[in-house]
Design a binder for this molecule. Structure first.
Ligand code: HMG
Length: 376
């Protein structure tokens, strides 16, 4: 029996900072960001959003009432958790109006947890093919002002509905490898990660070499902490894909930046949206990396008729319809983000939510978050 992704959706914040603005303020040659790192824009989370609202937007974009009734597990992957005890998925459950006999778990393994969640969901559905699992990833990649990682920041969420007889992609088993490494970590008392950027790139490539399947694919998607990581990975990969395919694989990341757990799947969405050829029956390679560290290579086979469940026009228009903000607003929003996550004080009336957002964070009361669905 085929098990895999029945539907996939994504959300990235509706505001972005152009890398030209960042380069000017940081006194850098803009080509370092646009050509060297490969980033054109950085998605910036607004004050009315958090990892829950982003996950809600992504999930709401794919789920209908029949899907909602069949979900019996939510796996929420994040490395930017908002609570040490309560799972962010609890808020998602309430706001999506899901039934009560559902299991909810939050999973962490740096940027790898979404892939781990997907594979656990696949095994779960294989045992109980009448069940569906909602796999969510949502993260804010925040390295801090004036740090080397600043140019690779971003934010966003992915939602995947895992089922038997999937309409989008059958997911195959992966090969994985783990080793404790000090390339990137964020102890609970730190607001931003400690990163050895150049070591992390070496660790990423070493892990890729260890799980390289030595198989040729038309497209291989890579975890992309910045767009040109795909170029670096493709160089060490045994069966590199062509330059025009790499351009497709990294196109969405170039416009968004790192979204941590969702980054690999944003690359898949980029391929689904921009591939010139039909992907029906095409098997796509997927390399997932999470610092700390773990690497997994798996593949998925795109199903016949996949375009009925993936609307590429909608995906492209989500990216194209975002609003540019200036450097001052970027500083204001990210200062707000870091203060909110530290002080846990927030009142929505301080900021107006973007007109296209369906879900907003209204208030935080002693750390408890209150959300609102705009159409309510
Ligand atoms: P840096 O050290 O400031 O940049 O930070 P650089 O000096 O290495 O330059 C970057 C590239 O731009 C180089 O190209 C330069 O030559 C080029 P490369 O040698 O790499 O091909 N360059 C220029 N090109 C054109 N015109 C110019 C110019 N100047 C320079 N004028 C770094 C770069 C990525 C290290 C930094 O942004 C960083 O630390 N980022 C965060 C960490 C990261 O993204 N690591 C990636 C692997 S780890 C991972 O993927 C896991 C992660 O997602 C977290 C998780 O798992 O949870 C991060």
């Amino acid at each position: 029996m085929k098990i895999g992704i029945d539907k996939i959706g994504f959300y990235v914040p509706r505001y972005f900072l152009d890398m030209t603005s960042l380069a000017k303020e940081r006194n850098q040659d803009v080509n370092k960001y646009k050509v060297g790192i490969g980033q054109h824009k950085m998605a910036v989370i607004s004050p009315s959003e958090d990892i829950v609202t982003m996950a809600l937007e992504a999930a709401n974009s794919i789920l209908d009432d029949t899907d909602k009734a069949a979900i019996d597990t939510i796996l929420f992957a994040t490395e930017t958790a908002i609570d040490y005890s309560k799972a962010a998925g609890n808020y998602v459950h309430r706001m999506l109006g899901l039934q009560h006999n559902i299991r909810i778990l939050e999973l962490k393994q740096a940027c790898y947890a979404a892939t781990g969640s997907l594979q656990l969901a696949i095994d779960y559905v294989r045992m109980q093919p009448d069940k569906k699992v909602l796999v969510l990833s949502s993260d804010v990649a925040w390295y801090g002002f004036n740090t080397p990682g600043e140019s690779t920041q971003g934010a966003g969420a992915i939602a995947m509905l895992v089922s038997a007889n999937p309409r989008l992609a059958e997911v195959h088993k992966g090969q994985f490898t783990t080793e404790e490494l000090p390339d990137f970590y964020r102890p609970s008392y730190q607001e931003v990660p400690t990163v050895d950027g150049h070591l992390s790139i070496r660790c990423y490539n070493d892990m890729l070499k260890r799980v390289d399947p030595n198989t040729s694919y038309l497209y291989t998607c890579f975890h992309m902490p910045f767009a040109n990581m795909a170029v670096k990975a493709n160089k060490v990969f045994s069966n590199p894909i062509s330059q025009d395919k790499i351009d497709v694989v990294k196109a969405f990341t170039q416009e968004v930046g790192n979204i941590y757990n969702g980054s690999l799947f944003l690359s898949l969405i980029s391929v689904l949206s921009l591939a010139k050829e039909s992907l029906e029956n095409e098997t796509i390679g997927m390399f997932s990396y999470g610092s700390g560290a773990i690497g997994e290579f798996f593949s998925l086979t795109i199903q016949e008729g996949y375009e009925h469940v993936f609307d590429k026009t909608k995906a492209l228009s989500h990216l194209d319809s975002r609003d540019e903000i200036n450097f001052k607003t970027y500083v204001e929003y990210m200062t707000f983000y870091k203060d909110k996550e530290v002080t846990h004080q927030y009142i929505a009336s301080d900021f107006k939510a973007h007109k296209d957002n369906q879900f907003v964070l209204e208030q935080m009361v002693q750390g408890h978050r209150i959300y609102k669905k705009v159409s309510d």
